[in-house]
Design a protein around this ligand. Structure first.
Ligand code: DX5
Ligand code: ZN
Length: 218
């Protein structure tokens, strides 16, 4: 079952409440929140305050993607703000096993994201601690970038690892997802896709969500 996670990075921040409703009315599955600190990535976005502001309107799980250095310092704050999934970058933490275990201990799903240049072996020894692996298919920091085709192989290899071990781990693809790239992403083995610019730039978000679902595996 394909899960679609529109990213509010491309939403109209002056009308965030209405944008959350737009995501929900379109039949999406998750609300993806991109947190950037101007240090781990060049851009700065939002913090826990915005997550707590959207929480009362959110009927869907809130999928928080932390593109920040030292994410351990903010895990409690994002949990308290209402995050349902918290993803940290493997490149941003020293003790990934500890960080993922801590996220789970908060009663939140734990995700790990890999930058395009990070090999998939970075998750080999944390597969038992993780609920979702996020394959970055652009260099994180900005919406609207082009999908890096070399990432197909990484998605496939991660899917193979998970299936071989019989684990239930979601593979989320983040960056450059649109009606043109979706088929190769699903073919490679992802089951969750983030869509920022393609979702919010669409004239008809409902039709956009349905068009992604048409590529779902039978
Ligand atoms: C990139 C963010 C993405 C971004 C995707 O740094 O992590 O979630 O919003 O945007 P699009 O879908 O426009 O590539
Ligand atoms: Zn993201």
């Amino acid at each position: 079952m394909l899960k679609i996670a529109p990213s509010i990075l491309s939403a109209d921040f002056a009308n965030l409440g209405a944008e959350i409703e737009r995501i929900q009315a379109a039949g999406a599955d998750l609300i993806h929140v991109d947190v950037m600190d101007g240090h781990f990535v060049p851009n700065i976005t939002i913090g826990p305050l915005v997550v707590s502001a959207i929480k009362p309107k959110a009927k869907l799980p809130i999928d928080v993607h932390l593109m920040i250095s030292e994410p351990d310092r903010y895990l409690d704050a994002f949990k308290d703000a209402g995050a349902d999934i918290i993803t940290v970058h493997a490149e941003a933490v020293h003790h990934l096993h500890r960080t993922l275990s801590y996220i789970r201990s908060l009663g939140v799903k734990a995700g790990v994201a890999l930058n395009p240049s990070t090999p998939e072996s970075a998750v080999d020894y944390v597969l038992e601690q993780v609920d979702m692996i996020v394959v970055m298919t652009v260099n994180p920091g900005f919406g609207g970038q082009s999908y890096i085709h070399a990432m197909d192989e990484k998605i496939k290899r991660i899917r193979q690892k998970i299936d071989e071990k019989g684990l239930q781990i979601d593979i989320e693809v983040d960056g450059g997802v649109n009606e043109k790239t979706i088929s190769r992403i699903i073919e490679a083995g992802a089951n969750v896709v983030v869509a920022g610019s393609a979702f919010f730039g669409s004239q008809d978000p409902n039709a956009f969500v349905q068009s992604l679902r048409r590529h779902e595996r039978p």
